[in-house]
Write a protein that binds this ligand. Structure first.
Ligand code: NAP
Length: 319
């Protein structure tokens, strides 16, 4: 089968499409004929070596987490899927290899693709949809009456965050750049702040939940914009200020301070994906797709993602 492989860390052109063996199918595994994958920033951070302390440096290395396709083969103990089912999912951190004609996932990581979307739309959902879902529902303990601000609302995570919070009944303020304001309004945000014209951290409004989907803020910058029990959740806690808060705020909570700060680290899983599927079927969630590249043009897809200016998801068409 064809798969994107790297044999060293480096710029996008270290990725090559090579002939490799199909993954073996363990008892609880499902072999999927991948039709589409999508690019996530973590993919190019693995490719350029900046995450080698987490993902190691064993080559050849396969890339990609998001898959959508048809079941080709099932392991002996698989009960939930059969050959021909349309499925999607996020591969686990160790396995990866979504940029390939076939990928193998444990059945617990997959869900059926909702009838009303195609493979391309389905491939746009898993990693970023799950991140937004887990940030809001698990880290944010979102309730329908909450006021929610999503920073980075036009990106992969943020565009799902806006829709998931809206679907739960929240009042949603979305922050994005000028070029993306109209797209973000169309996602259903109650209010859109153009980050290039206004700084929401200098405005008086307060929110129950602030999700920094692009990891550009810190708790200290937004704390005045949080309500008394406000929760700040970031996808990228790479700033010392964030890490200090993860330690400091639980201590302050003993003295009655109720604001909190958390980091969401996405967990692959078919159950949460099925919850996202329900929203898709109810037409409360639709992926925002920027553009699609062929597998052979994966280097261009990464280069585009690295500009940080994509509107929603970048897809990779396979086969
Ligand atoms: N912890 C986890 O488990 C986890 C999971 C998923 C993603 N992440 C991380 O979360 C980040 C976002 O992921 P993604 O897939 O949503 O990325 P993405 O789709 O590439 O995000 C692109 C968006 O970022 C916005 N942006 C760029 N610079 C900005 C700035 N200075 N301030 C605010 N927004 C800015 C741009 O929108 P505008 O120009 O419209 O503002 C652009 O549309 C990445 O760093 C990713 O690695 C972490």
């Amino acid at each position: 089968m064809k798969a994107v492989v790297i044999r060293k860390f480096g710029p996008p052109d270290v990725m090559k499409v090579e002939e490799v063996e199909r993954p073996a199918v363990p008892d609880s595994g499902v072999l999927v004929r991948v039709r589409y994958s999508s690019v996530n920033p973590v993919d190019w951070r693995i490719r350029n070596g900046s995450l080698k302390f987490i993902y190691g440096s064993r080559f050849p290395m396969k890339l990609g987490f998001d898959i959508a396709g048809e079941v080709e083969e099932t392991g002996r103990s698989v009960t939930r899927f059969s050959k021909g089912d349309r499925v999607f999912g996020m591969l686990n951190y160790k396995v990866r290899g979504a940029y390939a004609e076939f990928a193998c996932a444990d059945e617990n990581l997959l869900a059926l693709i909702p009838w009303n979307i195609d493979f391309a739309e389905a491939a746009a959902i898993p990693l970023t949809g799950l991140t937004a879902f887990q940030a809001l529902h698990y880290k944010g303990a979102m309730e329908g009456y909450d006021s929610v601000l999503i920073n980075g609302a036009s990106g992969g995570v943020g565009s799902f965050g806006v829709q998931i919070a809206k679907a739960a009944g929240c009042n949603v303020t979305a922050v994005c750049g000028t070029d993306h304001v109209e797209h973000v309004k169309a996602l259903g945000a109650d209010r859109v702040i153009d980050r290039l014209k206004q700084d929401f951290t200098k405005m008086p409004d307060k929110y129950d939940i602030i999700v920094d989907a692009v990891g550009k803020l810190t708790y200290f910058r937004v704390r005045r914009n949080l309500t008394k029990e406000g929760r700040y959740i970031t996808t990228l806690p790479n700033k010392p200020a964030d890490i200090a808060c993860f330690l400091l705020l639980p201590i302050l909570s003993f003295f009655g301070y109720r604001k909190s700060s958390a980091f969401v680290s996405v967990r692959p899983g078919g159950e949460d994906l099925s919850r996202l599927s329900l929203l898709v079927k109810e037409k409360k969630l639709a992926p925002l797709i920027d553009r699609t590249f062929d597998l052979e043009d994966v280097a261009a897809a990464h280069a585009y993602s690295e500009t940080g200016s994509a509107k929603g998801k970048i897809l990779i068409k396979i086969g």
